[in-house]
Design a protein around this ligand. Sequence first.
Ligand code: HEM
Length: 419
Amino acid sequence: MATLTRRRFLLRAGALAVGGAAAGLGLDRVLTNSALVPAVALGPQPAGLPQRQYAWTQTLARDAYGNPIAPRFDRLLFFDVSGAATPAAARLLEAALRTLERRYRWGPAGLLFTAGWGPGYFERGLGVPSPIQYPRALSSFELPTIDDYELCLHLACDDVQRLAEVEAALIGGRPLAGADGPLNLSRALRWRATRTGFVGTGLPAAHQDAGGIPANRPVPKDSPLFMGFKSSLRRNQATEDSITIDDGPFAGATTMQVSYMRLRLNDWYEQLNQRQRVALMYAPQVTPDEVAHFTTDAESDPKLLGEAINRYGVIGHAQTSARARRNGKPLMLRRDFDTVDGGQAGLHFVSLQRSIEDFVKTREAMNASSAQLENPAITDTVNNGINAFMFVLNRANYILPTRAQRSFPLLPGRERALA
Ligand code: HEM
């Protein structure tokens, strides 16, 4: 015993504690364990917070037409569970998220966030079937890295500095001014990666010296996105109600798809004029003047797709994607944002939908890979929406449980630990 260091003692004790439950798990999972997770006070939760973690829309300001204005800055933090998933770890995460809820008002002027869990958490961590499938490549012209993170925290607000401070507190244990509870997650969760970004008037133009954009600063000064158009008009978005899972163990939850795309905008800005960009973004039947007058709906009628293929030999992104509607309504609530991670212009495409299948269906509609059977002038990446201008690097799927279930969902013993 004299030669047993404190760390080795804790490791051995923990290995005994997780015992049979850890059988079949990797060695690293056995070696870090609940004995290392500090016991923390759970702390109170402010009253009136919505049950859905993704209930952000009501907190957002609106533009002149009632379209919600997205928070200007986002950050995605990716983690794995450190060692075996334990009620103590669930308690630490829940306490930290409650600390954030007390520190900042729920909204873009304070802080919005979601905790999403990937298939590996359920299958490797808990040994139960995952409620969402692993992602896969979704077009013949991509070979993405399939992310295998167990937890994704999506943070968003209008203050970029605040996001950096919250991240430093959660993963690095840095003190956060005004916080009155635990925040440091490092004993329960192993941080693996962070992605950052922005969306909103002026921000893309201010970041356009990144790779993937021509040097002559072509991004319009007032554009909310690198490609020069406004996205997410409210009639082109699913509502939070329509994407909510109705029943089963995840009633009240939704699914989240997160992909990382590099943007390649040299040809977009140097070879095309505005008329051609409008045709590819919306539909060839749409004119730049009409786009300037869109209010709540980018009317890029999918019923005109046949004409677009056969008469114009060009099809539009909004037009092809809108074929994936249900009862006339889009299936996905897009919460994507631009990025210059790695010095390269890109897009973190975050979308919420009732099932991952709804995302797959929409992405397949967007691919429009059968158009070339009708007109060979259109291929997967020629004259085909914006497919040629984005390059998918990563894909991932998560489930966003209700606020009450967000910390280590389905973990045996969590209810007692969070009582
Ligand atoms: C750089 C990337 C992208 C840009 C700039 C962009 C832009 C747009 C724009 C301007 C619209 C028109 C409607 C609106 O105002 O919202 C639109 C619609 C849409 N986009 Fe994208 N998009 C991008 C990537 C994607 C991806 C990767 C998907 C995945 C499937 C997607 C799915 C959709 C859907 C579902 C619609 C609505 C269709 C409907 O009205 O039913 N977009 N997008």
